[in-house]
Design a protein around this ligand. Structure first.
Ligand code: CLF
Ligand code: SF4
Length: 505
């Protein structure tokens, strides 16, 4: 098999003014070499890695031991997925074959997660049989699990036995009064427990499991679902507490509640948060914690890079027909991993290169200049149609946009927005008015959209909505392109501190 080509990054553009100096790079720099090695190819634990490495989930765990008001069991686990039925629940043997087939076909697939559609630890025989086989047959794949935490303390030893190094616990609250509004019941010691008592047990088990995992040196990510009016004011406290107990990363995700999903919240009209609310809460938590901002709320049977789903290529009938030579695949996978690791190391080195090594068109902004100096330039949100860390997607073909905040401190990823691709060909954008209008609404708080190309019609409509399209940085690294645009706006006098963008005023 030929090695997939990792597109070369463009020449260094902006040294520390580039986004590589944003929060991710700082977080990565702060890690010990040993911890960095454990996260650098995990697309969820490292923001950089998510541009290069893929994950997959196998849906071997249908049952659950609690009820969340945002979940309907006919749909994927909302802890780790967007609503939508799981196409196929797999047996462990089927899951192992599927994993080997995907890993041999997509060598960037570095992580296998079990994340539902129920709770993996409420299905221990199926979950651990899958992990047991994969630990033997595919030792180059990282194993990852996501749980509601109710029975986690019972399984910490077993997780460690299979070398499971990454565990996600969904913790929505640390106060049973809040929990009683999220969890109507749990199944505990052969009986159903309701309300406040149920929430108190769940919280105690989650906290105990977290402490046990971190004591064993297992990396723990905490997921929290932001439910406006229920736990929004409470989540900064959750963040503080889980950090104090050693959690590595906190991922605050927006509630997805639609009446058609048949969830309690959906039917009762509980609203989901707006992107700005989510960002504000993530920012409020960020003082205490490393925050994950690139989660895509994957399906429990997702396959591919975050934000893409290649599951349809690996249905049971298709993988039955595949010939898999995993020994050969491991050689290819190792070469690719080394290639990506070298590229990421080079990117980190560029981010710390002396200012003289940067290209001249970018105005250098040194973060945190002198203490007495006035702040330089207001922050700007920019949407990017991206692939593999580059501004590489035609506006009309984008199915999602990454949203970056550019400021004197650099570029940092703050979220993403889903979109529908409305353009069938390279030259024919602008036909699908409704799709374009929905995309413009989704990007309403952004001032710039960067893409590789864009048609005349959407260009005009974006401009009319106060969003400046920009196709000047095609195939350039995202953060460097974002900072170059920010510096251009600064030089043009558009970013005076205190000046609010006209569209938001
Ligand atoms: Fe899957 Fe979760 Fe492991 Fe990642 S997903 S079990 S940690 S391999 Fe990642 Fe998907 Fe967000 Fe989960 S983007 S929903 S955080
Ligand atoms: Fe649904 Fe997951 Fe909650 Fe279980 S833990 S009820 S599967 S969201």
């Amino acid at each position: 098999m030929d090695l997939p080509v990792i597109e070369p990054s463009p020449p260094a553009a902006a040294g520390c003014s580039a986004g590589s100096c944003g929060s991710t790079a700082r977080q990565m720099d702060a890690l010990s070499d040993a911890v960095r090695a454990r996260v650098q190819d995990h697309p969820c634990y490292s923001e950089d890695a998510h541009h290069y490495f893929a994950r997959m989930h196998v849906a071997v765990a249908p049952a659950c031991n609690i009820q969340c008001h945002y979940c309907n069991r006919k749909y994927d686990c909302a802890n780790e997925s967007r609503p939508g039925v799981v196409s196929e629940v797999l047996t462990p043997d089927q899951a192992v074959r599927k994993t080997l087939a995907v890993a041999a076909t997509i060598p960037q697939m570095s992580v296998l997660g079990i994340a539902g559609p129920g709770d993996p630890l409420a299905n221990p025989a199926r979950t651990f049989e899958t992990f047991r086989q994969l630990a033997l047959k595919a030792p180059d794949i990282k194993l990852c699990v996501s749980t509601n935490g109710l029975v986690l303390p019972d399984y910490v030893e077993e997780l460690a036995r299979y070398n499971i190094d990454h565990v996600t616990i969904t913790i929505n609250c640390v106060d049973p009064a809040v929990g009683a509004r999220i969890y109507p019941w749990i199944f505990w010691k052969n009986r159903r427990v309701f309300g406040h008592e149920a929430a108190a047990i769940l919280i105690a088990q989650q906290q105990k499991g977290l402490e046990m995992l971190t004591a064993r040196g297992i990396l723990v990510k905490v997921n929290s679902v932001l439910i406006p009016g229920v736990n929004d004011a409470h989540l900064p406290e959750v963040s503080k507490i889980v950090k104090a107990k050693g959690a590595f990363l906190h991922n605050v995700m927006p509630l997805i509640a639609e009446a058609e999903h048949g969830t309690f919240y959906g039917v009762m009209g509980q609203r989901s948060p707006q992107p700005a609310e989510l960002k504000a809460l993530q920012d409020a938590c960020a003082g205490d914690m490393n925050m994950m901002r690139h989660c895509r709320q994957c399906r429990a049977d997702a396959v591919g890079l975050l934000g893409e789903d290649r599951g349809a290529e690996f249905t049971l009938d298709k993988i039955e027909a595949m010939e898999i030579d995993y020994e050969a695949a491991m050689v290819v996978r190792a070469e690719l991993r080394a290639q990506i690791a070298a590229e990421l190391a080079e990117k980190r080195a560029r981010a710390h290169a002396p200012a003289a090594a940067t290209t001249p068109q970018v105005i250098r902004i040194q973060p945190h200049v002198a203490k007495s100096a006035p702040p330089v330039g207001r922050p700007v949100l920019m949407a990017v149609a991206a692939k593999n860390g580059l501004v590489a997607v035609h506006f009309g073909h984008a199915r999602e946009f990454l949203v970056y905040e550019a400021s004197a401190d650099g570029a940092r990823l703050v979220g993403h927005r889903k979109a529908e691709s409305y353009c069938a060909g390279d030259e024919s954008c602008g036909d699908a008015e409704a799709v374009l209008a929905a995309t413009i609404r989704a990007l309403a708080d952004c001032e710039v959209v960067l893409c590789s190309r864009i048609g005349f019609e959407p260009w005009g409509q974006l401009e009319a909505a106060g969003i400046q399209p920009n196709g000047e940085y095609a195939m350039q690294a995202i953060e460097e392109a974002v900072m170059a645009v920010w510096n251009e706006m600064l030089a043009a006098g558009k970013l005076a501190v205190g000046q609010i963008a006209a569209k938001r005023a």
